[in-house]
Write a protein that binds this ligand. Structure first.
Ligand code: PGA
Length: 245
């Protein structure tokens, strides 16, 4: 089953208006790699201007509320992200799970809100270092999947071991392949679901990671903040389709 590759950049809380030049630079790479999808998640303040200049690059939010509107000061709804020009939203990132105490049930409610608003949720799961060392990585990720995934199709999953995010450490290729196979076996219609790997993906390790047949792309943090490194990661993705959709 051939799934499209997706290379996603998560800018996190980085980016001022001057950073939009990065989108313009990536647009050129996107034009030459129409076999895959490229997604950039800038901070919410830049979504509308990013979407206007994105061309074939798709734009994502980094979080959304469980409701579409209401008295929730400071929050952003899926409908608002869509209205600003986003097509996707990252949900359940480990930084949100840790910094904002987001439980999986909330991630699931957000995913349903995103799907209802016409956004594709990119749902993140991943074990901590202690859980990996204790041999419970699959158990933890399995539980996160069970509690975070909505019962509607149309989502993307990102496997991001927490200990690999922003640390320069990456899981071994064998561990990535094993976890992606495990995730696919747990998810309804798993052979069709795009599963990304995230956690210190860099130009130097991208080709090895993206060549794993179970891996359908990458969710890139730090290395997505520079056009050169993000472009190199995109170029490292194997061509799964000869032409665009
Ligand atoms: P990193 O972040 O590439 O900087 O490790 C990945 C992520 O948090 O999505």
């Amino acid at each position: 089953m051939a799934r499209r590759m997706l290379i996603a950049g998560n800018w996190k809380m980085n980016g001022l208006r001057q950073s939009l030049v990065l989108i313009e630079e990536i647009r050129g790479v996107a034009n030459s790699r129409s076999d895959l999808d490229i997604l950039i998640a800038p901070p919410a303040t830049l979504i509308e201007s990013a979407a206007k200049i994105a061309g074939p690059v798709k734009i994502a939010g980094q979080d959304c509320h469980t409701e579409q509107s209401g008295a929730h000061t400071g929050d952003i709804s899926a409908e608002m992200l869509r209205d600003a020009g986003a097509s996707h939203v990252i949900l359940g990132h480990s930084e949100r799970r840790a910094d904002h105490n987001e439980p999986s049930a909330m991630v699931r409610a957000k995913a349903l809100a995103a799907l209802s608003a016409g956004l594709i949720p990119v749902i993140c799961v991943g074990e901590s270092e202690a859980e990996r060392r204790a041999g419970t990585a699959e158990e933890v990720v399995g539980q996160q999947l069970e509690d975070s995934l909505p019962d509607r199709r149309g989502y993307i999953i990102a496997y991001e071991p927490v200990w690999a995010i922003g640390t320069g450490l990456t899981a071994s290729l064998d561990d990535i392949a094993a976890m992606h196979g495990f995730i696919r076996s747990k998810v309804p219609g798993g052979s069709k679901v795009q599963i990304l790997y995230g956690g210190s993906v860099k130009p130097e390790n991208a080709s090895g990671i993206l060549s794993i047949s179970e891996v359908d792309g990458a969710l890139v943090g730090g290395a997505s903040l520079e056009a050169d490194s993000f472009s190199a990661i995109i170029e490292a993705a194997p061509i799964r389709f000869a032409s665009s959709k």
